[in-house]
Design a protein around this ligand. Sequence first.
Ligand code: ZN
Length: 200
Amino acid sequence: MDTYKGRLEVICGSMFCGKSEELIRRLRRAEIARKNILVFKHSLDDRTTLEHVVSHNGTKIRAFPVEKHTDILKLVTPEIDIVGIDEVQFFEPSVVATILELVDKEKHVIAAGLDLDFRGIPFGSIPPLLAVADSVIKLKAICIQCGNDAHFSQRLVNGKPAKFNDPIVMIGAEESYQARCRECFKIDLNPKVNYEQKQL
Ligand code: ZN
């Protein structure tokens, strides 16, 4: 009996943990197995070329840039077996519905994304995606300060740790990111305030 093919795998972790590399590795394996793959990235992700998902170590795979996640539904035709989505956190939270619709259509979806933002707060659609996924991989980077495993993305503005309430886009400031461990991650407000305020 043929098994149900729809499923969701999520690859998450901090910046520089190899998410895109792992996504590309899985898609390459699928290509070798003669599966039809289609890969998407948000059109705002201009980290590299618009037509490819590129990992930090330079491996790449062709990808369609889309502005809205609903565009993915229009582009995935019946012959597609596997749908890859990189930087899934850039899409609106309702991307979860789009992904579940693909799974209902018996697509194997592999989504990669940042699980925590620069404040150490779960990123948009990632928590529900992790919950509904068939399997989850959390990759770790190496802390640039001490060499331990890292799962935080340290944002630096003009070389100093960004503040909790800094705007997402700071015009004129020189910004960079580093992978850091829990101990070396620096922010002026403990990320736990996010949960205290919600009074859960
Ligand atoms: Zn560290």
